[in-house]
Write a protein that binds this ligand. Sequence first.
Ligand SMILES: NC(=O)c1ccc[n+]([C@@H]2O[C@H](COP(=O)([O-])OP(=O)(O)OC[C@H]3O[C@@H](n4cnc5c(N)ncnc54)[C@H](OP(=O)(O)O)[C@@H]3O)[C@@H](O)[C@H]2O)c1
Length: 279
Amino acid sequence: MARELPELRVVENHLPRHHPGSQFRAGYVLRPRDSERGSDSDLAALYAPLILDGDENTGDVAAAVDSDLPLVRANFITSLDGSVTGADGKSGSINGPADLRVFQLLRAQSDAVFVGAGTARIEGYQDTDIPAGLQPLRDDAHPRLITVTRSGQLGPAFLAARPLIITAQGHPAASVLAEKVPADDLLIFGAHAVDFRAALRELKRRGYANILCEGGPHLMGSLVEHGLVSELCLSFSPQIVGGDGYRFMVGDLSPTAARLQVLLSSQDGYLISRWQLQP
Ligand SMILES: NC(=O)c1ccc[n+]([C@@H]2O[C@H](COP(=O)([O-])OP(=O)(O)OC[C@H]3O[C@@H](n4cnc5c(N)ncnc54)[C@H](OP(=O)(O)O)[C@@H]3O)[C@@H](O)[C@H]2O)c1
């Protein structure tokens, strides 16, 4: 059944001049859309990937971009007190329709969706379906699922989606999964710890140039620790949940500068931000 997703208002827009989303100045309203029929072309322009060409005249980041690596952007939602989960231990109880609108768009713009095995298990990942209205944004049906695991504890419903699975030679997953998944789907990079840089290079080689990391906090920490995330899409849910839910990055992190690109708001109080990370 069609579902109306709410309007979003541009609060800040610092996209570089040549970016297709730079035309939507503060105050612009992205009209509500029907999640099955609406194409959401304004939001797609606002979230078009940033080309990191290092050209100071265009306002892009002068980062040394390894062209062998995919662009990785991460998408998270957090409560005002910093938790990535509500009382039920899942993110579903802190997200809402405004956040869903961006969540679906980011998926539609990605070649692959990368989640840690913990998120795959807890959130019950089985597919990366795209609503019909966003299908024109892509050539294939939906993004490929990718995960990373030490244990190899992945359920049959998840494996049925044919995810690409990253692990290290010394992790139990390398043997646990050898019999369960096609050899081509098991990406073994690193001896005793996953070599994320090498794994991402392989993903780029296979054609996954734009990867969306949907968490969770341990995977995000590992990627940020290695300077592999170029963009963070972070939504703030208008609630304090208490409890001891994770923050959205867990790990041995060092200071990383971030530059605000876009800030959106919804009438029900969600704030939706897009940041460029400068590792
Ligand atoms: N609010 C949000 O936007 C959001 C988004 C995603 C998740 N979440 C929440 O976050 C919670 C899960 O947190 P989490 O940190 O446990 O999730 P996670 O990062 O998705 O999963 C952790 C698991 O992923 C694998 N993993 C992560 N980093 C690895 C590495 N460097 N090397 C090898 N394997 C690695 C391991 O799997 P094995 O255990 O199989 O070895 C590890 O136990 C859930 O409650 C979920 O609902 C919230």
